[in-house]
Design a protein around this ligand. Structure first.
Ligand SMILES: *Cc1c(COP(=O)(O)O)cnc(C)c1O
Length: 229
């Protein structure tokens, strides 16, 4: 697994260089969903710091295991869809919640974080392609909601996230990633008071294209951990 991790890191560096970017500006989130904790421990020993889970139950379970094994220094990312009635579970020792996909969830995260004396660092999930099956704000709805979202006291917004449509040819995802970057550019201009540092986009099939288009965070599971059951 350490070899697969090194391979992914080399591909990240290659893509960054092609785009004239410093590879250090890209954070690799290793997506460990469904994989046993031992694999996380092994990768952490190899220097991997950021891990992502898409189910909150599993995320909390693994956070607990890390604590019990004194495995400190891991940055945990919540990357999956969160039902707004479960918003409380997304307030915790997490670096970033990538999937703030509705106004209602944003409001509840802010409310629950405030009640717990915390702030949630969040990314706004955007449905760039407009596919019915996808979660997230449409670009228009997001621009509309932003003044309210930026005023939520318990939510510290740090950028945008998207899931590209599944394509057999990675190149086909490029327009989606480019649109997300252009949307972030527009948001930076219209809402300069915000902290718009992150673009979370790119997975095993398409992370190199995403980096060429400006991703600052890629979420990679299969290429590191192998196939999921
Ligand atoms: C599973 C998952 C990933 C990683 O997918 P791979 O194709 O295995 O790299 C990335 N982002 C989200 C939101 C996921 O649920």
């Amino acid at each position: 697994m350490a070899a697969r991790l090194a391979q992914v890191q080399a591909r990240i560096a290659g893509a960054a260089h092609r785009a004239g970017r410093d590879p250090q500006t890209v954070t690799l989130v290793a997506v460990s969903k469904t994989k046993p904790f031992e694999m996380i421990a092994e990768l952490a020993a190899a220097g991997q710091v950021d891990f992502g889970e898409n189910r909150l139950e599993e995320l909390w379970e693994k956070v607990g295991l890390a604590e019990r094994q004194d495995l400190t220094g891991i940055r945990w990312h919540a990357i999956g869809t969160i039902q707004s009635r479960k918003s409380k579970q997304a307030v915790g020792p997490f670096a970033l919640v990538h999937s703030v996909d509705t106004r209602k969830l944003a409001e509840r995260l802010s409310r629950d974080a405030t009640a717990a004396g915390q702030t949630v660092n969040g990314l706004l999930e955007v449905n760039v392609s407009g596919e019915e099956s996808k979660h997230g704000f449409t670009p228009e709805a997001l621009l509309d909601a932003l003044p309210d979202l930026l005023a939520l006291p318990g939510l510290h917004l740090q950028g945008l996230m998207t899931m590209a449509p599944l394509e057999s040819d990675a190149e086909a995802t490029r327009p989606t990633f480019r649109r997300l970057r252009l949307l972030l550019d527009e948001i930076r201009e219209r809402f300069p008071q915000g902290d718009w540092r992150h673009l979370s986009m790119g997975m095993t099939n398409d992370f190199e294209v995403a980096i060429e288009e400006g991703a600052t965070i890629v979420r990679v599971g299969t290429a590191i951990f192998g196939k999921r059951d």
